[in-house]
Design a protein. Structure first.
Length: 170
């Protein structure tokens, strides 16, 4: 049996996978949800630090990698790092996730209006938590369950603009 390794988007916290992990465990499956938010501290290679946090969470067995949203581009690096530890990745699943774009930053693949919006929200090299990028009514429409929405809002970190390579804050 493979372990489900649920990778949250760098834009949100691990709480986005908590209900799924709970349900998988209820069904007798093993599920791991590593917290990638500590990799956001400071400048540098956030993707490498995120991959490190994932590989520390897994020591053996076969893995099904599951990425949500902005974690999709991280899967090749995570799979590579796991293979270096002799952990077999049996599948990679992209759940409403971005695809890897070698040689391009996250900002490069955004539509220009979205990239400009991020630039305008930047304060001293930091972006506000993802949930504040949307009007309250739009966030409510995206996630109608108040308890889940509150959990998401509380778990979303501030984001360093260095998370988006080639991002030039004003």
């Amino acid at each position: 049996m493979s372990t489900w390794l649920l990778i949250h988007s760098p834009l949100v916290g691990p709480a986005t996978w908590t209900p799924v992990a709970t349900e998988l465990r209820r069904c007798g499956e093993e599920a791991i949800v590593p917290d990638l938010t500590p990799a956001l501290a400071g400048d540098g290679d956030h993707a490498a630090r995120q991959a490190d946090l994932v590989t520390v969470a897994v020591k053996r067995g076969s893995i099904v990698l599951v990425a949500h949203s902005g974690a999709g581009p991280l899967l090749p690096l995570i799979a590579y790092r796991l293979a270096q530890q002799n952990v077999a990745v049996t599948s990679s699943v992209f759940v409403d996730a971005g695809l890897p774009h070698p040689g391009q930053s996250a900002l490069d693949v955004l539509p220009p209006p979205a990239a400009e919006q991020l630039r305008e929200m930047t304060v001293k090299g930091w972006l506000p938590p993802w949930t504040s990028w949307w009007p309250a009514e739009q966030l409510r429409a995206m996630l109608p369950d108040e308890q889940l929405r509150s959990m998401l809002v509380e778990s979303c970190p501030q984001l360093p603009t260095s998370l988006l390579p080639k991002f030039s804050p004003p």
